[in-house]
Design a protein around this ligand. Structure first.
Ligand SMILES: *[C@@H]1O[C@H](CO)[C@@H](O)[C@H](O)[C@H]1NC(C)=O
Ligand SMILES: CC(=O)N[C@H]1CO[C@H](CO)[C@@H](O)[C@@H]1O
Length: 323
């Protein structure tokens, strides 16, 4: 199981060139862009994925490293990079293309190690952000209302004794719990973001950034900062081929992001499988990114009815081993 992954990490060494999105603002003539945050990965369930730095101090903002690009293997001090580490990346901009040119290890500094989870229960203060943005081609579908989603997540009494919440608690052996709306610690909100994400391609980071920014505007920064995890419910561009996505990491320490696609309503919202699998992805741990990422690509969420998502036990086994 291990050696093919090692091989893929070795292969990653040959893919060091990084690019930044054009959304990373550049003043003409400026040739350096510095970003910092927690190294985060999303997996597209097709063997590919994208990296970003998650800046939690800035309203949970993702700074993408570039479509399909991987970070270097190690930082300037020789420290292996893995999801969950807090780091700075200095990216030299090619003034002709406006894109990030080759990033060497010397451009990367790990400032804090990946967060090692405590053995205590995790109680997520969930912010579910429903996008209703007709002007951006992303009108909310009929089922994507606060009341409908609250009862899908938490059961008819919104107390977590029903819905997906009770499944999450059970499937995680009680380790992961979503605080119910009745606690006042979890909130569902419908927002109309600015149209800052591309609609002809599938840029999960840009969609999350737009939706989270709009939620922060609507709720106020103080309230917004109390939530530990963010779920985006949205009619994503047709270029997106997934029912759901999640960041690898951001589970225990907070900052985890989940994306749920309303275009695939029955698959995504018809059972607890997709929401739970994505939520549990946030808890997959960080033992060098090979061992973390091995859980992302091969699992299926097409499972039937009552079974816990197949990723659950693996994720929690890793969790247990880390203690
Ligand atoms: C839209 O963008 C403007 C200008 O940056 C900003 O002031 C406003 O808060 C944004 N609105 C939302 C909903 O994000
Ligand atoms: C209600 C429910 O989902 N119960 C399940 C809890 O988890 C155990 C073991 O994973 C299952 O056997 C139960 O059916």
């Amino acid at each position: 199981m291990r050696s093919p992954r090692r091989a893929s990490i070795v292969l990653a060494l040959f893919c060091l060139a990084l690019q930044v999105w054009s959304s990373l603002a550049q003043t003409p003539g400026q040739d350096k862009n510095n970003i910092q945050g927690e190294l985060t990965y999303i997996d597209y369930h097709d063997g590919t994925g994208d990296w970003a730095l998650l800046d939690k101090s800035n309203g949970r903002h993702f700074e993408p490293l570039g479509k399909g690009k991987k970070p270097p293997k190690a930082d300037k001090n020789g420290k292996d990079l893995e999801p969950g580490q807090y780091m700075t990346i200095g990216c030299t901009i090619d003034t002709t293309t406006g894109q990030c040119s080759f990033i060497s290890s010397t451009d990367v500094t790990v400032l804090k190690p990946a967060y090692i989870p405590p053995a205590t229960n995790v109680r997520e203060r969930l912010l579910v952000v429903i996008v209703d943005a007709p002007a951006c081609g992303a009108a909310a579908t009929s089922g994507a209302t606060v009341s409908n989603l609250q009862s899908l997540y938490f059961g008819p009494n919104l107390d977590g004794k029903g819905g997906w919440a009770v499944r999450l608690e059970n499937c995680s052996y009680g380790e992961v719990v979503w605080e119910p709306p009745t606690s006042g610690l979890t909130q569902f909100v419908t927002v109309t973001p600015n149209c800052t994400w591309p609609t002809a391609s599938c840029d999960a980071w840009a969609m999350a950034n737009a939706a989270n920014a709009a939620a922060q505007v609507k709720l106020g920064a103080t309230t917004y900062a109390t939530f530990t995890h963010s779920h985006l419910v949205m009619a994503v561009p047709s270029a997106c081929s997934w029912a759901g996505l999640a960041t690898l990491g951001g589970g225990v320490g907070g900052g985890g992001q989940v994306w749920l696609n309303t275009n695939t309503w029955t698959q995504t919202f018809g059972t607890f499988q997709v929401p739970l699998q994505e939520s549990i992805h946030n808890f997959v741990l960080y033992h060098g990114y090979s061992s973390g990422i091995e859980y992302q690509d091969k699992t299926t969420y097409m499972g039937t009815g009552q079974a816990c998502p197949s990723v659950t036990e693996k994720a929690l086994t890793v969790w247990t081993q880390a203690l």
